[in-house]
Design a protein around this ligand. Structure first.
Ligand code: ADP
Length: 475
């Protein structure tokens, strides 16, 4: 753990193991922190806050830029750690490291653009001026699926704004966080500005984060139930909250789209990170006339994916995170099949060739999915593409919006009017129009309804860490 500029053990002296989900190998152990450690880290961040908030925007920018430079030098090392700890194929890990580094670079620039305003008054003897100031100590909780980029997506804007912080990474992926904090240490952030608490049991740390009066803001990425619970607790203390939670993205393919092109896009985005992404499509809604061509191309491509250890050549899909994830995927597929869905490819656990030591499930395509099936509403977070037919635009839009989630949606159409109607009508925070990667450090990422509160990335991302203060001057 990294507290007040020093590497520390947990107060209780305990440690916990970190394993490789591809083969069960123990990779390392890390300190198993508790509430007392979280409180120590919050104290350190609180004490460092006046100095960091009072540093110039140029100082903060330089430290972030330095962290970006070191990260670029360590790209390969970070990617290797990520593949071992999280399981994604090495190429995907490299892409994630680049995406993660982009946040450090972008917010090193944005740090210098935190502008206030002058506002005309109705009184001749009055002047209004606003200041934008950092909210204070930030507590951050990040998930295991994108174990490096979810850190920088929160920390870079918080640090650029002048906040100090404590991070608790997911228990499955603390090693990526440790590597990132070595980079922050070398980049020269003053002691206490960035603090890391690792823990095998997240609950006591979460409780300290939401109850400690020194914490001004909680930023959380993870599941909807945990996010709602923590946001509720934080609201009782009137803390600021941002949450990036689950999703159930529709992927709409209209009759005027090229079904082969759409199916290629669907395969690339659905099976990225073994489907363990909050923006992963969870319903492929395809206009009836295109269903056969779409399913044909999709299943052909999915059938040729190669599962295994992401460090080996030719592996295109990694393991799931743990046994519970495999069981959830298997249960959704069995439920769909029992209610009449067709398993076009996959549909089983993978155990041959040593895969039984890890958590593998075959990439799967289901056709003929209907609203009675669990997968129609429940987030899968796994490698299953359920295909559902629709007849017209109104039905497609109604089906797409028929969810409590509201994170990402995808639309394939060649018709500009339809594209705009869908962009306006879909109740989701991120819409990819003929595009499977609508994400960037420069663009706002976040959802509506059960998918969360607030935005990360871009100009909106730094607003989450700033207070607006009004000055009314009588002259
Ligand atoms: P998932 O089911 O995808 O692992 P979680 O919401 O459980 O999603 O995990 C996301 C993050 O939330 C992780 O860092 C995890 O440790 C943390 N977390 C889970 N439960 C709690 C809790 N009760 N308090 C604080 N953090 C928690």
């Amino acid at each position: 753990m990294f507290i007040a500029g020093k590497w520390e053990e947990a107060a209780g002296g305990r440690r916990f193991d970190v394993t490789n989900p591809a083969n069960g190998e123990v990779l390392a152990d890390v300190p198993d922190g508790g509430a007392q450690d979280a409180a120590r880290a919050i104290d350190a961040a609180f004490d460092a806050f006046p100095g960091w908030a009072g540093a110039t925007a140029y100082d903060r920018s330089r430290a972030l830029f330095k962290a970006w430079q070191i990260m670029m030098e360590r790209k390969e090392e970070l990617a290797l750690t990520m593949t071992r700890e999280q399981g994604k194929p090495i190429r995907a890990a490299r892409n994630e490291v680049q995406y993660a580094a982009d946040f450090l670079q972008w917010y090193s620039e944005e740090a210098k653009r935190v502008y206030g305003a002058t506002i005309p008054s109705a009184r001749a003897d009055q002047r209004f001026i606003t200041l934008r100031q950092p909210v204070g100590v930030v507590a951050a909780i990040t998930p295991w699926n994108y174990p490096v980029s979810m850190i920088t997506r929160k920390l870079a804007p918080a640090l650029a704004a002048g906040c100090t912080l404590v991070l608790k990474p997911a228990e499955a992926t603390p090693l990526c966080a440790v590597e990132m904090f070595k980079i922050f240490e070398e980049a020269g952030f003053p002691p206490g500005v960035v603090n890391l608490v690792t823990a095998g049991d997240p609950a006591p740390i979460g409780e300290e984060f939401v109850s400690n009066r020194k914490v001004a803001k909680l930023t959380f990425t993870g599941s909807t139930p945990v996010g709602k619970m923590l946001a509720g607790r934080a609201a009782a203390e009137m803390k600021r909250v941002s949450c990036e939670l689950g999703g159930h993205a529709p992927f709409l393919v209209f009759g005027d789209a090229d079904p082969v092109h759409a199916a290629k896009g669907a395969q690339l985005v659905k099976f990225l990170n073994t489907g363990q992404a909050c923006i992963s499509p969870n319903r492929m809604l395809v206009q009836r006339a295109l269903v056969d061509d779409f399913v044909g191309t999709l299943s052909e491509r999915v059938g040729s994916m190669k599962a295994g250890n992401g460090l080996e050549d030719g592996i295109t899909i990694g393991p799931l995170v743990n046994q519970a994830a495999v069981d959830k995927v298997a249960a959704q597929v069995e439920d769909a099949a029992a209610k009449g869905a067709e398993i076009v490819c996959g549909g089983k656990r993978l155990t041959d060739g040593g895969l039984d030591k890890g958590f593998f499930y075959a990439p799967t395509v289901l056709a003929g999915v209907t609203p009675e099936m669990r997968i129609y509403r429940e987030e899968t977070f796994g490698p299953v593409a359920p295909v559902i037919a629709f007849d017209d635009d109104d039905e497609a839009l109604a089906m797409a919006n028929d969810t409590h989630y509201g994170l990402a949606a995808y639309v394939y159409t060649q018709n500009n009017s339809r594209a705009m109607r869908m962009f306006e009508g879909l109740n989701f925070g991120i819409i990819g129009i003929n595009d499977i990667n609508p994400t960037s450090a420069a663009a706002p990422f976040g959802g509506m309804n059960d998918s969360g509160l607030g935005r990360e990335g871009g100009r909106d991302g730094i607003d989450e860490y700033l207070e607006t203060k009004l000055g009314g001057f009588s002259i």
